[in-house]
Design a protein around this ligand. Structure first.
Ligand code: NAD
Length: 316
C-alpha cells in the first residue's frame, strides 16, 4: 500500500517563541509531526503535554513529541528559536554573545544529523545568526534563511492601514534591512489600494502627514520592545510569521516575504544575510527580488549590511 510521507518539523528551543511556533503550525494543520528539542528537557516535556491537550480538545491530528538532533535527519524544517528572551531596553544586537554561544553548541549535532531540509532561523540578532548558520551548515542558500523583517513588515502594514483607514492587505509595502534599529521602508515601492504612494497622496492630501514613513518606521521599530515591556516576550506574532513562511513553502504559494537571506552580489552586497524581498515556493527562496532603490534607500540598506557585518566580525 502507498504510504504518504509525513511532514516533520523540529523546533530547537521551545520557550515562548518556540512553543508558539508549534501552536501556529498546529492551528493551520500545516505539518504532521512536531518535535520539541530544548536544553531544558523538563520544560520541553511540559510544553509537549500541554500542546497534546490542545490537539485533544480540538481533535487535531498533529503528533507532538520531544526529541533530539537525530530527529533532524529526515525533517522537512528545522526552526531555531533557542536563546533567551530580549530584556527591556536591550537591542537585538546586544544579545549576540549569548545567542552565539548557544548556537555554537547546536551547529555540530545539527550538521552531524545529516539534515537537508529547510532551516528557518528566528533567534536574535537574526541576521547575524542566519549568516553564521549559513557559513557553518552545508545547505543551499535557498534552504537557509532567517525571519528577517517579515514580522516588521506585517506590523508596518497594520500600522499604515490603521493610520489611513485602509484594509492592511491593501498596504503593499515592505520593511527591509536589519531586523533591528536600522531597518527601513523603501517608500519608492509603496502601493496603497493598488495606487502608488505619490498618486495616493495627490488624491488624498489630508493623509500626507499620516503617511510620514519616518514616523511609521519608528512606530514599527518600537513595537517589539513595547510588547516586551508589557508581557516580557513576543510570541504570537512571530509564531504566526514562521507558520506563514512554512505554509508558503509547503503549498508552493509563490508569495513574496522579506526574509534574512544570504546575499551574493544582490544590491551590491555579499557576505551578509539581511532582510530583502524573497519569492517563497516549494524550493524555499526561489528568487531574491532586487528592487530598484532610490539613493537614500540604497544607503540605508548598505548601512544595515555594515551593521550586520560589523556585528558578525565580533564573533568567533
Ligand atoms: P525563551 O527564553 O522563552 O526561550 C528560549 C529557549 O531556548 C529556552 O527554553 C531555552 O532553554 C532554550 N535553549 C537555550 N539553549 C538551548 C540549546 N543549546 N538547545 C536547545 N534549546 C536551548 O526566549 P523566547 O522569548 O522564546 O525567544 C527566543 C529567541 O527568539 C530570542 O533570541 C528572541 O530574541 C527571538 N525572537 C526573534 C523574533 C524575530 O522576529 N526574529 C521575534 C521574537 C523573538
Amino acid at each position: 500500500m502507498h504510504q504518504f510521507g509525513s511532514r516533520k518539523v523540529v523546533i530547537i528551543g521551545t520557550g515562548r517563541v518556540g512553543s508558539h511556533v508549534a501552536l501556529s503550525l498546529m492551528f493551520n494543520q500545516l505539518v504532521d509531526e512536531i518535535i520539541l528539542c530544548d536544553l531544558n528537557e523538563q520544560m520541553a516535556y511540559a510544553e509537549m503535554v500541554d500542546l497534546k491537550d490542545w490537539t485533544s480538545a480540538l481533535d487535531v491530528h498533529v503528533k507532538v513529541r520531544t526529541g533530539s538532533y537525530e530527529d533532524c535527519a529526515d525533517a522537512q524544517f528545522v526552526i531555531i528559536t533557542a536563546g533567551r528572551k530580549r530584556r527591556e531596553g536591550e537591542t537585538r544586537l546586544q544579545m549576540l554573545d549569548g545567542t552565539f554561544k548557544i548556537l555554537q553548541g547546536i551547529v555540530g549535532p545539527l550538521r552531524a544529523s545529516g539534515f537537508n531540509g529547510v532551516l528557518i532561523a528566528v533567534s536574535n540578532p537574526v541576521d547575524v545568526i542566519t549568516e553564521y548558520l549559513y557559513r557553518e551548515l552545508d545547505l543551499p542558500r535557498n534552504h537557509i534563511f532567517g525571519t528577517g523583517t517579515a514580522l516588521d513588515t506585517f506590523r508596518m502594514r497594520r500600522a499604515v492601514g490603521n493610520r489611513i483607514a485602509l484594509e492592511r492587505s491593501q498596504v503593499e509595502a515592505i520593511v527591509m534591512g536589519e531586523h533591528g534599529d536600522s531597518s527601513f521602508i523603501p517608500t519608492s515601492h509603496v502601493i496603497l489600494g493598488g495606487v502608488p504612494l505619490h498618486e495616493y497622496v495627490r488624491m488624498r492630501p489630508e493623509h500626507a502627514e499620516l503617511l510620514d514613513f519616518n514616523s511609521v518606521s519608528s512606530q514599527v521599530r518600537a513595537a517589539g520592545a513595547n510588547i516586551i515591556k508589557g508581557k516580557g516576550a513576543t510570541e504570537f506574532g512571530i509564531g504566526a510569521t514562521v507558520a506563514k513562511i512554512a505554509s508558503s513553502i509547503i503549498h508552493n504559494e509563490k508569495r513574496v516575504i522579506p526574509l534574512s537571506a544570504h546575499l551574493e552580489g544582490e544590491y551590491g552586497e555579499r557576505d551578509v544575510s539581511v532582510g530583502v524581498p524573497c519569492l517563497l515556493g516549494g524550493d524555499g527562496i526561489e528568487k531574491i527580488f532586487e528592487l530598484e532603490l532610490q539613493e537614500g534607500e540604497q544607503e540605508a540598506l548598505h548601512h544595515s549590511c555594515d551593521i550586520i557585518r560589523g556585528s558578525f566580525a565580533t564573533i568567533g
